[in-house]
Design a protein around this ligand. Structure first.
Ligand SMILES: Cc1cc2nc3c(=O)[nH]c(=O)nc-3n(C[C@H](O)[C@H](O)[C@H](O)COP(=O)(O)OP(=O)(O)OC[C@H]3O[C@@H](n4cnc5c(N)ncnc54)[C@H](O)[C@@H]3O)c2cc1C
Length: 636
């Protein structure tokens, strides 16, 4: 079993990051321009890292498959970003944000990382305000806050329902400033398809030019992956259609351990599935639960219109079960509760949905206030469903949304491959088994603006890595392997489309590795996914050529990786004989149906080491809690 060193600095929790920043080595300003850094991804994590490293003077190359950094999936984030400013004077503090995040993650995250996240959260808001991000303000001019799940304070900063977009425009402006200064070079429409390692160190990447199909190679002193999450393994998710796991998965196969792959978040407030042909699910931001009340009928198969169901026949089940947190209970708990009432046959009009109702809030605050707070979300809802949520309760249901798992990183955000750093949703750190709302944007920007610029500098100054020439045979070997892989895909000429097979994978994942998991289902899933992989390589039909734009080929390449990752997710879920956060093993629950953790045996991070196709070794990083007491999570 390989030894994992999380490199957590010594000393009291509150002083770890401060001391570590002082103890880390610095690169002399004049030497910074001698270092090349590759960053894959231009979402909030990648763009903020690139802008900061460029500003410091490093030579940065940024790669994205989008046609502009502004199109990264981060743009879709709606609800907000957390920070411990305590502007509301409602009892918030860095320690409380730290504690809520650790507890929200069901005590499966590293204390030191989470504390640092809470500590830098306030700097993020200052940085973004300085960039001109138009956060909502109160009448007095102070930044406004709203509440998100798993917290009893209001600490979420927001820009209407477009927080991700506004934050990304801020990061993008800083990034483009560096592009114009010549410190950052931007490579759009490039998909990273492999990592190049030499003597076990990350030395570069191989990408496919998505416009002319050329396979290109790039070399650097360090490589950063900020490539987002893998919820599209479920086929239907709230993620942008192009989000994929390829960059981190291929790095995993080159030696980067994959941590907690089964920790996925099923978001409670999404639009329900409405048909077989659907290829995307839409999120209705959690912010709506500030004012919306969630309910179902007390009766089974109640086919009445929601407005015809009288108050006394409604079950506001979250308020009933979790009176302290009510509609703002964390996502894992809210999603499971929705599934429970739907499984009982009490879903909206007997279907797979529950109601999210604004009647009381409109009566209390007036329609104009609700419109001001959530106008664009209500418009999205009406455009998609044809129903006006000001008059009729929304129908919502849980959907795959976020992945807490990702590449294992130490405290410096470096993976098990020296020189390979992983930021944002692509790494596993900080959220444990369940992420609290509005904490992903916080983590992506913390990693990019405030952590990686220090730790990458320390790596360069301490390890003094050499940049390899593109003529090194390792680059050509990786390039050739990928050209052969693409040739193989195009030659199969089977009968099923890429989406046909992806949908089959999605069904297995949703039914057996989704909101509820059990030993029998997981064993079946492992076998079914392995069989589906064989089916893919025999029967997929990838049309077009490799010499120009070919979305079919792009999707096929991504599906290869999902067909391997899906199996690892099921294996990880099978191995973890406990329930925690988003990982609910049906065999391990309290008499009230709550998640039953097993801290004695499972207070560790699972870090999987790739061996061969379908074969991994499990490494464990023990989670040591010195500041918080492991407790049963209660939101009652
Ligand atoms: C609908 C929705 C709403 C959300 N709302 C919120 C919210 O209100 N608050 C909150 O905190 N979180 C929210 N989240 C979560 C949050 O948006 C994401 O976790 C976060 O934006 C991820 O940022 P990132 O920089 O890590 O990755 P992304 O924004 O996904 O960026 C990934 C980047 O990597 C690039 N990339 C990926 N793979 C490759 C490759 N192989 N080659 C080249 N480039 C590649 C992409 O082009 C892109 O530039 C929401 C998520 C969704 C789906």
């Amino acid at each position: 079993m390989a030894k994992l060193d999380p490199k957590i600095p010594a000393g009291p929790l509150q002083e770890k990051w401060v001391n570590h920043k002082f103890n880390m080595k610095l690169v002399n300003p004049a030497n910074k321009r001698k270092y090349d850094i590759i960053i894959v991804g231009s979402g909030l994590a990648g763009a903020s890292a690139a802008a900061s490293l460029g500003e410091l003077g490093y030579k940065v190359k940024v790669f994205t498959y989008n046609d502009s950094p502004r199109r990264a999936h981060s743009i879709s984030a709606q609800g907000g970003i957390n920070a411990a400013k305590n502007y509301q004077n409602d009892g918030d503090s860095i320690y409380r944000l730290f504690y809520d995040t650790i507890k929200g993650g069901d005590f499966r995250a590293r204390e030191a990382n989470v504390y640092r996240l809470a500590e830098v959260s306030n700097s993020i808001i200052d940085q973004c305000v300085a960039q001109g991000v138009p956060f909502a303000r109160e009448y007095g001019g102070m930044l406004d806050n709203r509440s998100f799940g798993g917290a009893q304070v209001s600490r979420t900063f927001y820009a209407r329902g477009q927080t991700g977009q506004q934050l990304l425009l801020g990061a993008y402006s800083s990034l483009m400033r560096q592009v114009h200064l010549g410190n950052v070079e931007l490579f759009t429409r490039r998909e990273m398809i492999d990592l190049v390692t030499i003597d076990g160190q990350a030395k570069g990447i191989v990408v496919r030019n998505m416009v002319d199909g050329a396979i290109e190679k790039y070399s650097a002193h360090a490589v950063v992956l900020a490539t987002g999450g893998y919820a599209n393994v479920f086929f239907l998710s709230t993620n942008a259609m192009n989000c994929n796991t390829t960059a981190i998965w291929r790095a995993h196969k080159k030696g980067a351990f994959f941590a907690n792959p089964c920790f996925t978040q099923i978001h409670p407030t999404c639009l329900p599935i409405h048909g077989e042909g659907q290829s995307k699910l839409t999120l209705m931001s959690e912010s709506l639960r500030n004012d919306g009340r969630i309910w179902v009928s007390k009766l089974k198969k109640d086919m009445r219109e929601p407005n015809d169901i009288p108050e006394e026949e409604r079950d506001y089940y979250l308020e009933r079960k979790y009176p302290s947190f009510g509609n703002l209970s964390p996502r894992d708990i809210s999603s499971r509760s929705a599934k429970e009432v739907v499984d009982e046959g009490r879903g909206a009009k007997g279907g797979d949905a529950v109601y999210l109702d604004f009647k009381d809030a409109i009566n209390r605050l007036g329609k104009h206030v609700i419109e001001e707070r959530y106008g664009n979300l209500f418009e999205i809802y009406e455009t998609i469903t044809g129903e006006n949520p000001y008059n009729v309760p929304m129908k919502i249901y849980p959907a795959p949304h976020y992945t807490m798992g990702g590449l294992w990183v130490d405290y410096n955000l470096m993976s098990t491959i020296p020189g390979l750093f992983v930021l944002g949703e692509a790494n596993f750190s900080d959220h444990g088994a369940n992420r609290l709302g509005a904490s992903a944007l916080m983590q992506g920007l913390a990693d990019g603006y405030f952590v990686a610029p220090y730790t990458i500098g320390d790596y360069l100054a301490s390890a003094k890595p050499k940049k390899e020439s593109l003529d090194h045979p390792a680059f050509d070997t990786v390039k050739k392997e990928n050209e052969e892989l693409i040739g193989k895909l195009l030659s199969i000429k089977g009968k099923q489309t890429v989406d046909d097979i992806h949908k089959k994978l999605g069904r297995i994942m949703w039914n057996k590795v989704g909101m509820g998991r059990n030993e029998k289902g997981l064993k079946e899933a492992i076998k079914e996914i392995a069989d589906l992989r064989v089916e893919f390589w025999k029967d997929v039909n990838v049309v077009g050529t490799d010499k120009d734009i070919n979305q079919c080929l792009e999707r096929a390449g991504r599906l290869i990786d999902y067909l391997e990752l899906g199996e690892l997710m099921a294996r990880d879920a099978l191995e973890r004989n406990e329930s925690c956060g988003g990982h609910f093993r049906e065999e391990y629950q309290t008499p009230e149906g709550e998640a039953l953790r097993n801290d004695e045996e499972y207070a560790f991070v699972s870090a999987w080491e790739y061996k061969n196709l379908g074969s991994w070794e499990l490494n464990k990083e023990p989670l040591i809690y010195e500041n918080v007491q492991l407790a049963t999570r209660s939101y009652k």
